[in-house]
Design a protein around this ligand. Structure first.
Ligand SMILES: [Mn+2]
Length: 405
């Protein structure tokens, strides 16, 4: 990632701030060994730094971006265990932020920064209301107590519109993640056989991704055979694959944190049963119809509404329902979400789509009593006049899927 791009992102953020507003973004904490470190995506987005426990403070000073970065100070005894910490110069070089201090100076300096501030935005990362407070929530509490005139709020309202519009570099990361995920899916289809365990297919995906340079999956892979495909977030991946099973893959490797999110279904035998083919073809047609609707100005609500209409019609044809309202038994999620640094990325869900958004399109039909679950998911970039399907090269046609044996 180049420094110019990071500067641009920080300038865009400044554009969201008044002069009496401040934004404070905490890096993720160092986890206890042996869990591996996963950076906070907002901190990564604005600093480019993959280091734990740092803090980025950003202000709009007379229309100019004013960034201050606080990093951990290396302590010799600790570095024996944790490795060397980044120096001030190294942090400056990677992030392009000139004002770099150590964390032990943060408490004193933040008092100075908050002088005259009315709104303070923090990446609170409120995911679970019953979980214990994380460090930034504790910090927010302290600010509220110490500076009652300062309004503390979640930073996502300022950040999410920026992150929802992907720049060229981000799109190239997504494309690489998608391409390598596609290779993994192809390799799974070549090697899958009845009698294998689902997790063996998972191993093929992880192997393909790692040998092509992507160390991490963006999310835990779903490798679901037969009836398991009807469980939307099936993650056990520990069943034996039956000989007439349809296998549903919902997988995505990540490149610099940018995750693909691809679903494909295929018959392990290399041949669909008639019923599997009928269900599959319905979902495929809906997947294509919704992708064709993608363009700036259309809303997720419209896409969802059309999906439900099309799925309902399909369910009538498949003789699964007698009344429209019954569609919910066989299709119970929404058709897509923003994709980026998280498989379910931040981004407005209630405003029209804009150029630069990357959205998944993933209709599905799930029939547990017939041991059939089909979801076909592509990753779509919204362009100036329409869309670009970033995963169009990953086979999904009936003949292509039956071809391989
Ligand atoms: Mn998805």
């Amino acid at each position: 990632m180049n420094v110019k791009l990071l500067d641009q992102r920080r300038d865009n953020l400044t554009g969201q701030l008044q002069e009496n507003e401040i934004i404070i973004i905490f890096a993720a904490s160092q986890p206890d060994y042996p869990r591996y470190f996963l950076q906070d995506s907002n901190f990564m987005y604005f600093s480019g730094l993959d280091i734990p426990d740092a803090i980025l403070v950003q202000r709009n000073f007379q229309g100019k971006t004013n960034s201050a970065l606080f990093i951990e100070r290396g302590i010799l005894e600790m570095e024996v265990w944790e490795g060397k910490k980044l120096s001030q110069e190294e942090a400056q070089k990677i992030s392009g932020i000139k004002n770099v201090s150590y964390l032990d100076e943060f408490n004193r300096k933040i008092g100075f920064f908050l002088n005259g501030v009315r709104n303070c935005y923090i990446n609170l990362n409120v995911a679970n209301l019953t979980a214990p407070l994380n460090k930034q929530q504790v910090f927010a509490k302290e600010i509220r107590a110490k500076y009652p005139a300062v309004q503390v709020d979640d930073a996502m309202q300022k950040i999410s519109p920026l992150r929802a519009k992907k720049d060229k570099w981000e799109i190239s990361q997504l494309q690489k993640a998608i391409d390598i995920t596609g290779t993994g899916i192809e390799s799974i289809r070549e090697k899958a056989e009845a009698g294998m365990m689902e997790y063996e297919l998972e191993a093929i995906l992880v192997y393909e991704a790692k040998r092509k340079g992507l160390r991490h999956m963006g999310f835990h892979p779903i490798i679901a055979s037969g009836v398991n495909a009807a469980t939307l977030h099936y993650h056990q991946n520990n069943c034996k694959i039956g000989k007439n099973d349809l296998i549903l893959l919902d997988v995505g490797a990540a490149c610099h944190g940018y995750s693909a999110d691809i679903s494909r279904a295929f018959p392990v035998s290399g041949k669909f049963t008639n019923r599997q083919k009928d269900v599959y073809t319905e979902v495929l047609n809906i997947n294509k119809a919704i992708i064709d609707m993608m363009k700036p100005g259309i809303s997720m609500a419209e896409l969802n509404k059309t999906t439900v209409e099309l799925i309902t019609e399909a369910l009538f044809r498949l003789k699964l329902i007698k009344k429209k309202s019954e569609y919910f038994k066989y299709y119970m999620h929404s058709v897509g979400h923003h994709l980026g640094m998280a498989a379910h990325d931040v981004g407005p869900r209630d405003t029209p789509l804009e150029e630069g958004n990357v959205i998944t399109v993933e209709p599905g039909i799930y029939i547990p009593k017939e041991k059939i679950g089909v979801r076909i998911e592509d990753d779509i970039l919204v362009t100036k006049d329409g869309f670009k399907n970033l995963s169009s090269h990953i086979p999904k046609g009936v003949e292509e899927l039956e071809d391989l044996d």
